[in-house]
Design a protein around this ligand. Structure first.
Ligand SMILES: Nc1nc2c(ncn2[C@@H]2O[C@H](COP(=O)(O)OP(=O)(O)OP(=O)(O)O)[C@@H](O)[C@H]2O)c(=O)[nH]1
Ligand SMILES: [Mg+2]
Length: 164
């Protein structure tokens, strides 16, 4: 049986739900309270893959920044994947998302990037999809940290992508 370890960093603007996705995945818990992250918190979760691999996912829940270029490079360096989270209820968190993603691609080449629209439980899907289209947002997954919708699926997809 092989053992693998991968660093996955949650990034994106303030209050979009990075910590909530982290908590939902690590502890299967959620809180309505908003305590803005200062710095970074790191936790490990081991996933047993179908092919017998035990994958250690080292999750870095980073503090929010309006622009990804303001994030500390020491938090981002060495990542195997970025989860870029935006808030489906706040256009300001996705209207210039392509610039943010381009920054990551340019400065951290060959790192897997997943673009996540969170707070799916609070929006009308049809209307929000129209808005995402208008702003050219190429998202990978829409989640709710509150209900847990698509959260486990997201992390499993990342685990599979990182081990293939
Ligand atoms: N309804 C709903 N609320 C959510 C969801 N995810 C997060 N929230 C709420 O949004 C607020 C911000 O969530 P956090 O997880 O702290 O956001 P963050 O991205 O870690 O914020 P920073 O650390 O400041 O960058 C909290 O009040 C959460 O309860 C969700 O999926 N649905
Ligand atoms: Mg946070």
């Amino acid at each position: 049986m092989s053992k693998l370890s991968k660093k996955i960093a949650l990034v994106g603007p303030f209050g979009v739900g990075k910590t909530s996705l982290f908590r939902r995945f690590i502890d299967d818990a959620f809180s309505e309270d908003y305590k803005s992250t200062l710095g970074v918190q790191i936790q490990k979760k081991v996933i047993q893959m179908d092919n017998g691999t035990a994958l250690s996912m080292i999750l870095w829940d980073t503090e929010g920044h309006e622009e990804i270029s303001q994030s500390r490079s020491s938090y981002l360096l060495g990542s195997h994947a970025f989860i870029y989270v935006f808030d489906l209820t706040r256009i300001d968190t996705y209207k210039n998302i392509n610039e943010q993603i381009d920054f990551l691609k340019k400065n951290y080449p060959n790192v897997l990037i997943k673009i996540i629209g969170n707070k799916l439980d609070t929006v009308a899907l049809k209307r929000v999809k129209k808005s995402l289209e208008e702003h050219n947002v190429n998202y990978d997954c829409l989640t709710s940290a509150k209900t847990g919708e698509n959260v486990a699926e997201l992390f499993v997809e990342i685990a599979v992508d990182l081990t293939n």
